[in-house]
Design a protein around this ligand. Structure first.
Ligand code: UD1
Length: 459
């Protein structure tokens, strides 16, 4: 496996140069959903049999998860967007700190490892620095299923203490909806004895994707996609072939790219109802959208301000808050942004201000954005995955050239982001520090570049 190596290579990336005042045109193909693929890979640990997963995006987060599976005893075959995993024998060694710290989603491995082995030691996770992100809900719910869980020196040690070392179904009510905790418990309960009912479960499409794959492996899960999920535990799961759903956050990012550049784009494939909250905000702010076949066509006109308040699915996704704030920085009027999921997800505000945005941060979770006619290029930092994408979008609109740092965040979650943008007309060049000091133009740049002079259509 080359995942850790891949990560250190990406950290050498210095910045992305983004040409401003760009018009885009054409169509963008959306990759498989990162957040689904990560948890589906973890779910492969629930069976000894071969699981083949298609449409897995090539991302550094997926590299890390693949390495975690290897460290857990899995044999992995990977070719482009296809990953096959078989885990005859689980390893009993604690998972390496370095991998778990690199990826918060790695923590969901605790569910399958505990369900299959009866015992697991996991370091506390890492991931984007967007708040405290504790794992107390995962831990409490695993305890409810009969595990004894201790956290000492940053290591979670969970052990099933009954004679058969088998988790026991239970009624679990989360005090708020957590995607990760819901996924952990669905996986753990799939091999538990008896019935588990999760109340106030997260309803995200990625939860439905997990339940669909597990059901095709022989699990008995009902209600995924609603706030009450029932899992009848089975004694074993078998292999399957499964394809990951399209990435709604990636699709959303490209829809916002169209809006901020005032350009028409066709984005496909999508599952329209996964994007309802975003589409409704895009329509409200002045974009016309049409669902065509398996995709969506967006035609922006004059962009007006709308308010954004993030909430669990089907509400407006926190993962699109930063890109949408970049858009609203260029709109006519004033918008209020409320971030209700994470307590520290406003770091992009200062970076957007460096480019000329007029934003007041009222508190950690509230920003008031007054749209401006112009942003200007600058050197800015994407401090987490989605704010890095937001900075690239702001750079496409800005006058002049921008330099976006923090690209290792971008590479965690957007497959071929630059190539896709360049194929519809963006001018992007990636620069490396250290021994890779040469600029790297995206593969499509020479053939497809089609920048245009641009008058922003805003007040
Ligand atoms: C997942 C997504 C992430 C998205 C988020 C919310 C993956 C890999 N990541 O993250 O892109 O932004 O859902 O849609 O799927 N919390 C606790 N205790 C817990 C668990 C969570 O307090 O045990 C809190 C978190 O700190 C956060 C909130 O609950 O404030 C929501 O977190 P959660 O839904 O669990 O997000 P993730 O699964 O980490």
């Amino acid at each position: 496996m080359s995942g850790v190596f891949a990560i250190s290579e990406k950290i050498l990336t210095k910045h992305l140069e983004v040409g401003g005042q760009t018009l885009l045109a054409g169509e963008v193909k959306v990759s498989g959903a990162k957040n689904s693929a990560l948890v589906l890979l973890a779910a492969t640990l629930l069976t000894k049999e071969l699981v083949k997963i298609e449409n897995v995006p090539e991302l550094t987060d997926i590299d890390v998860m693949s390495e975690l599976l290897s460290a857990s005893g899995a044999k992995i075959f990977r070719e482009k967007n296809h990953i096959s995993v078989q885990t005859n024998q689980l390893s009993t060694k604690p998972l390496p700190d370095k991998l778990v710290h690199a990826l918060r989603a790695s923590f969901v491995c605790i569910g399958p490892l505990l369900a299959r082995n009866g015992e697991v030691k996991m370091p506390l996770p890492g991931g984007c620095q967007i708040g405290k992100r504790p794992v107390d809900l995962h831990v409490k719910a695993l305890s409810a299923l009969g595990a004894h869980v201790e956290v000492n020196n940053g290591i979670v040690h969970a052990k099933v203490i009954n004679k058969n070392r088998q988790l026991i179904g239970a009624n679990i009510k989360f005090n708020f909806q957590s995607v990760g905790a819901t996924e952990t418990i669905i996986m753990a309960a799939s091999l538990a004895k008896g019935e588990t009912i999760i109340k106030n479960a997260a309803q995200e499409p990625e939860i439905q994707d997990l339940a669909n794959m597990l059901n095709s492996m022989g699990a008995k899960i009902h209600g995924a996609g609603t706030s009450t999920i029932t899992i009848h535990g089975v004694s074993k799961l078998h292999g399957c072939e499964y394809s990951v759903i399209p990435d709604r956050i990636e699709a959303g990012t490209f829809l916002i790219a169209a809006a901020i550049t005032r350009s028409p784009l066709f984005i496909y494939p999508i599952i329209p109802n996964h994007l309802d909250a975003l589409i409704s905000k895009l329509n409200e702010c002045g974009c016309s959208t049409t669902i065509l076949n398996n995709g969506i066509k967006i035609i922006p006109s004059k962009i007006k301000s709308v308010n954004i308040s993030t909430s669990p699915f089907p509400g407006f996704p926190t993962d699109l808050q930063a890109p949408f704030m970049a858009l609203m920085s260029t709109a006519e009027g004033t918008s209020i942004f409320k971030e209700n999921i994470f307590e520290d997800r406003m770091k992009h505000v200062n970076e957007l201000k460096k480019m000329g945005a007029n934003i007041d941060l009222i508190d950690e979770k509230t920003a008031i954005v007054k749209g401006v006619n112009k942003l200007h290029g600058g050197t800015v930092l994407g401090s987490d995955l989605r704010s890095a994408a937001a900075m690239v979008l702001a750079g496409l609109f800005a006058e002049g050239t921008s330099h976006i740092e923090g690209l290792h965040h971008l590479d965690r979650g957007y497959e071929k982001f630059e190539d896709k943008l360049v194929s519809v007309g963006a001018r992007l060049t990636r620069y490396f520090s250290g021994r890779n000091a040469q600029p790297l133009k995206s593969q499509c740049q020479e053939t497809n570049s089609q920048s245009s002079p641009f008058e922003p259509e805003v007040a």
